[in-house]
Design a protein around this ligand. Structure first.
Ligand code: NAD
Length: 423
């Protein structure tokens, strides 16, 4: 493993992203000079975010914005509010965004941001003040032609609206295109909220077709029931699959006959109840969920959930990675040997950034599309990225993960080679 430019980068998630990159770069014999440039982020900003709490005292949170590469266009990537956020994790997520955008053929580089905070512990006023001060601190880096944030774990359309407003107040006019995943009233796009989940479903359906598996006999287990997990569950259910297990940070529920997803969504989201309190299945732990006998396993929570420790116990036929980096390098080797069909994260969860791109294009044109346009274009981009990755994997006799990474990296390498090195 190479020397890291900063000790703060030395985290398991950054080491995972870097090892994946190293393996792909070796397989494709990437130019060594370029390999050095792409290993580490182009720009990293760490900020202190002082917030006046409701009781009058000031608490200081740490935030980051990292741009991994911008050779193909403005950088793009979500903002995470979670207690475990650190520079290494943000840098890893930014690197994955670079490959993800290139793989999907979007004219973007990769970025990511975050604040180390437990957002659920804050009042709405505190959350708004934290978001606005963080946005003001990263203001020099972001902009519709520079770097465009979006929601990720712990952030949503409201947080994006506050960032858009803060940025617009600084420049003196409304700039909807500075973020994506906004509410519709300020330039958001139809279909953005469900986009990542819908995209996970599109590529999962392609994998089922490839393996000659019938959706009506398909059982699905989903770890994480936030934006990605809940929309994936709803749309998979609408497509005719049986969702046998779902979970959140507090644990999950299991029902071999299939969980009543519409009832669960109505109760869980609207009434704010816990999964177990809904009585729609028996309780199970997150670890048990990962080891269920099912057709499709969809991790849709945090990174490094499938590890050396539990990989041999997986019993799914398809692993469709809704989350970013859910599988460690060691676990990846194990599940490849077990013959599990992996739809890697940078392919499986790219629906979010694809519809973010549609939103950004609509904001630039001041012309908004119908929901059916969004869905058709999303399906088109995702199924063609799936087909290209399958072909590339067959051509290079490598895994779906390496094929996806190599095609993303190759597009970035071409951009660098055409642009040359400044000065
Ligand atoms: P979210 O905050 O809406 O939901 C996260 C879910 O994970 C919640 O249900 C939470 O309870 C659960 N969770 C948290 N810690 C957990 C744990 N230790 N074990 C089990 N469950 C746990 O976040 P999201 O936007 O749905 O993102 C989920 C994953 O998908 C992340 O890896 C994110 O980077 C990735 N992703 C999100 C988007 C997007 O558009 N939101 C796009 C691409 C990738």
């Amino acid at each position: 493993m190479a020397q890291l430019p900063s000790r703060e980068l030395d985290t398991p998630t950054f080491r995972l992203a870097m090892s994946q990159f190293d393996e792909a770069a070796s397989l494709m014999a990437l130019d060594p000079d370029l390999r050095e440039r792409l290993k580490f982020p182009q720009r990293s900003l760490a900020v202190s975010v002082p917030v006046r709490m409701d009781d009058g005292h000031v608490e200081v949170f740490t935030g980051y914005r990292v741009q991994h590469d911008s050779s193909r266009g403005p950088s793009k990537g979500g903002i995470r509010f979670h207690p475990d956020v650190n520079l290494g994790e943000v840098a890893a997520l930014a690197m994955w965004m670079t490959w993800k955008c290139a793989l999907a053929d979007l004219p973007y580089g990769g970025a990511k941001g975050g604040v180390a905070v437990a957002p659920k512990r804050l009042s709405r006023g505190e959350l708004q003040r934290l978001t606005r001060r963080y946005a003001a601190e990263i203001f020099p880096l972001i902009g519709p032609d520079k770097d465009v944030p979006a929601p990720d774990v712990g952030t949503d359309a409201q947080v994006m609206a506050w960032i858009m407003d803060t940025y617009s107040q600084q420049v003196g006019f409304s700039v909807p295109g500075v973020v994506t995943g906004k509410p519709l009233s300020i330039g958001g796009s139809l279909g953005r909220e469900e986009a990542t989940g819908r995209g996970v479903v599109y590529v999962t359906l392609e994998a089922l077709r490839h393996l000659n598996l019938d959706i009506r006999n398909t059982t699905v287990a989903i770890q994480g029931f936030g934006n990605v997990g809940s929309h994936t569950a709803r749309i998979m259910h609408e497509c005719g699959a049986r969702i046998v297990a779902v979970s959140d940070v507090n644990g999950g529920i299991y029902n071999p006959k299939g969980i009543d997803i519409p009832t669960l969504l109505a109760g869980y989201k609207d009434a704010g109840r816990s999964l177990a309190a809904m009585n729609l299945g028996e309780a199970l732990s997150n670890d048990e969920l990962l080891q269920l006998d099912c057709t499709v396993l969809i991790p849709a929570a945090l990174s490094e959930q499938i590890t050396e420790r539990n990989a041999t116990r997986l019993k799914c036929r398809i692993l469709s990675e809704g989350a970013n980096g859910p599988t460690t390098l060691e676990a990846d080797r194990i599940i490849q040997d077990m013959g599990i069909f992996v739809i890697p994260d940078i392919l499986a969860n790219s629906g979010g950034v694809i519809v973010s791109y549609f939103e950004w294009v609509q904001d630039a044109q001041r012309f908004f599309w119908k929901a059916s346009d969004i869905q058709n274009r999303l399906r088109d981009l995702m199924t063609s990225a799936f087909a290209r990755t399958m072909e590339f994997a067959a051509l290079k006799r490598t895994s779906m993960r390496m094929a996806a990474l190599m095609s993303g990296i190759d597009k970035v390498a071409q951009a660098h080679s055409h642009r040359g090195l400044y000065p």
